[in-house]
Design a protein around this ligand. Structure first.
Ligand code: GAP
Length: 513
């Protein structure tokens, strides 16, 4: 874990050094948990958005996109339940004066017990060698069983207290589990309080209850309130989906771990409208589809796992997270939720307008059920950096930092490097660049030795580098260097465009989805 935390630190400083991510308002000493994406960050971010949009919208004839506004009628948030129920249970340690989310303290405690179980299993593996039967071991080893029971007990007690809004019960659980503050080390806790996560502001010049509006805490509601607009204007037939990418805002109390949990972040959400009764089948379909989308990036299949929710949100009848193995351990990357007809029905009630689908086959109207896929763009960004950042020792004993970003997502697809800054090589290089820049994002670099320039491209994840030398002037060939293998090949210039299209284009990612 120590090593993993170092990885996060390395990623943070690398991101700043090379222009991926800067702390926001840095010259004013920063603003907690807000970050700015720099010149390379915005390219990577845009590419992630494109990958998602192509897979969700372009590849599905029954999914369309929208871009709704961040400010919406305040009653929307009353209807959605966010005004009354979008709360975090908070607890303060009286000695360190630090504030924590009570649920996170309990979940971290459970995580520690899970680690104990895994250690026990590892011990078993060592002891029994080839003869080790892991399933049987997990079902019979007394230490594993004792710890598994502990987890079940904590989870069911936690679920019960939360669903009964029993905040004293949550506090008692923290005390009974002897959870200590990581800063002060004491168990001197305050009461647990609910804290609403929505940011509010005033619209217009008159302050007061009536003009209070909220910064949206999720993009989904913009989709729900436009459900009929899109269905009618687009003549959409159920099942169909509406996708959206946009900013969301949450006044997170424990905002930390770089861009993992921020107060301003971006979501890529898709609401899929289905016939009532078919939602669980669609929920399972979307679980498979979203897993495929992630795994196509080749960041390592073992880095993903599903976490099925024990405590379902008030609107859901099934829900899970796709978790990613971040430097801080496995954490939520994307949520997939079967949201029933809760949101549309609530908006019908609060707006007084019908939000129903008319089925021309049965001549009946109904409120559709909704399956949503909800991915955090910033977390997606962090997952890519975490899996791509490598500090490699090379055969000659030197080292390099390389970002093995999936080529289609890399900020620059290719670097164009004249071997020398003279003899017509820069002119030839710029000619080549002009031809390729319609199709590819390119970085031109003629400063420093070629070795140093390769390292710079490795550090920003450019998958290919083309070097133009004296031979290029004679026979129109160049060398192309592969970022990951560092191998170079001499090729005819006329082959470069197709080579780059094949290697860095979207096809390889989208082909099997
Ligand atoms: N519409 C459903 C919804 O918003 P969620 O699980 O609260 O569900 C969806 O959020 C995704 O948004 C999460 O899986 C995560 O990737 C991202 N996300 C949520 N809060 C975030 C935060 N404070 N900072 C960065 N990303 C966040």
């Amino acid at each position: 874990m120590e090593q993993q935390q170092d990885l996060l630190k390395d990623i943070i400083s690398h991101s700043k050094e090379y222009g991926f991510i800067f702390p926001s308002s840095e010259i004013y000493d920063g603003l907690a948990a807000t970050y700015d994406y720099g010149q390379l960050g915005v390219e990577l971010k845009n590419n992630i958005k494109t990958y998602w949009w192509k897979a969700m919208v372009q590849m599905h004839t029954n999914i369309v996109g929208i871009d709704s506004s961040i400010f919406m009628h305040p009653t929307i948030w009353k209807a959605s339940g966010h005004v009354d129920a979008f709360n975090d249970p908070l607890i303060d340690n009286k000695d360190s004066k630090k504030r924590y989310r009570a649920d996170v303290l309990i979940e971290e405690h459970i995580e520690k017990i899970k680690v104990k179980i895994e250690k026990e299993v590892d011990k078993g593996k060592l002891k029994f060698g080839e003869a080790f039967n892991e399933v049987e071991f997990r079902q019979t080893n007394p230490n594993v069983l004792r710890n598994a029971t502990k987890i079940t007990d904590i989870e069911s007690r936690f679920k019960e207290t939360l669903s009964n809004d029993d905040l004293e019960g949550v506090r008692q659980l923290i005390i009974d589990l002897e959870i200590a503050c990581p800063i002060s080390g004491t168990k001197n806790w305050t009461d647990v309080r609910q804290f609403n996560l929505m940011f509010s502001t005033e619209m217009g010049s008159v302050a007061g209850e009536a003009s209070t509006i909220y910064l949206r805490p999720e993009t989904a509601q913009g989709i729900f309130v436009n459900f009929l607009n899109v269905q009618k204007s687009g003549r959409m037939k159920i099942p169909f989906g509406i996708a959206q990418i946009g900013k969301a805002f949450r006044n997170e109390i424990v905002a930390r771990q770089f861009i993992f949990r921020m107060r301003e972040f971006e979501q890529m959400e898709m609401q899929f409208f289905v016939e009532p009764g078919e939602e669980i089948a669609w929920y399972n379909n979307w679980k498979i589809a979203r897993e495929k989308w992630h795994k196509a990036l080749n960041l390592g299949d073992a880095n993903y796992r599903f976490h099925d929710h024990v405590k379902l949100a008030h609107y859901a009848n099934a829900a899970c997270d796709i978790e990613f193995n971040f430097p801080m351990g496995f954490k939520e990357l994307e949520g997939i939720h079967s949201r029933t007809d809760f949101d549309l029905k609530q908006h019908e009630t609060f707006s007084g307008k019908k939000l129903q689908y008319f089925d021309t086959n049965t001549n009946k109207s109904y409120v559709p059920y909704v399956v949503e896929t909800s991915l955090g763009l910033d977390r997606m960004f962090l997952s890519i950096l975490s899996a791509s950042y490598k500090n490699e020792t090379l055969e000659d004993g030197s080292s390099r930092i390389v970002l093995t970003i999936p080529p289609a997502l890399a900020p620059y697809k290719v670097a164009i490097l004249p071997l020398l800054k003279k003899d017509g090589l820069p002119e030839k290089s710029r000619e080549i660049m002009k031809e390729l820049q319609f199709d590819f994002s390119i970085q031109y670099d003629e400063k420093d030795s070629i070795g140093k320039r390769y390292r710079r491209q490795d550090a920003i994840g450019t998958p290919y580098a083309i070097t133009i030398d004296h031979q290029s002037l004679e026979d129109n060939t160049v060398t192309i260097r592969d970022r990951d293998t560092m191998e170079q090949e001499r090729v005819d210039l006329s082959t470069i465009r197709n080579f780059l299209l094949e290697k860095t284009g979207w096809n390889s990612l989208l082909l099997n989805q």
